[in-house]
Design a protein around this ligand. Sequence first.
Ligand code: CA
Length: 234
Amino acid sequence: MNRQQNILVVEDEEAIRTGLIDVLVYHGYKVDFASNGPDGLKKAQSGKFDLILLDIMLPGMDGYAICNAVRDKDRYQPIIMLTAKTSDDEIIEGLKLGADDYVGKPFSVQQLMLRIEAVLRRSAAGQEQARTLVLGQVTVDTENLCGRNGLQEELSFTRREIDILSYLAANSSRPVSREELLSKVWGYGRNLDIETRTVDIHIAKLRRKIETDPREPSKLVTVRGAGYRLITGE
Ligand code: CA
């Protein structure tokens, strides 16, 4: 990873906070900090940190509440809880709220750095997985609008085509009607009769890209009278 990763330290004890910042900067991370709950929450919710190191006992608002609030907005935000509390119940509480890991104080620097690296690695893998659609032997990179078919040929997609695939993938347990696609992907309102052909044209183009035989679709299938369904997975 070439980009310098950005870590937020939320810790009210100055000695610990300063020590953490020094260690993180020394290891090549970019660091910002907050020394109380409300400031911590504000920064934690900004979405600009690759990882948040979050103390539990904080003035104004505790780390559990911050973790909870951040998770409500972004369930993928990596968080490691830092605390002097080490009883099992409290650890479970932290992990239940969605912290990725838990480090008890006092911690060894080496231990902490290993945990940080592990969480960042899992998070990068998770993000890559989240943006890759697998449709049999076809893979689609929804961020870079490209993919590969079963013959290892390169595919490219328009933003609209990716939006259609992503919406169908998110609802892959059921068929999605053309009206729903028009409303959710195109953002059109009512009186869609004339526009449903637009959907069919896009579906036909997508099938030429992802299907082995576009006339006999096995991935982007038509469910008679109900709409289209995407068959995801390997
Ligand atoms: Ca504290």
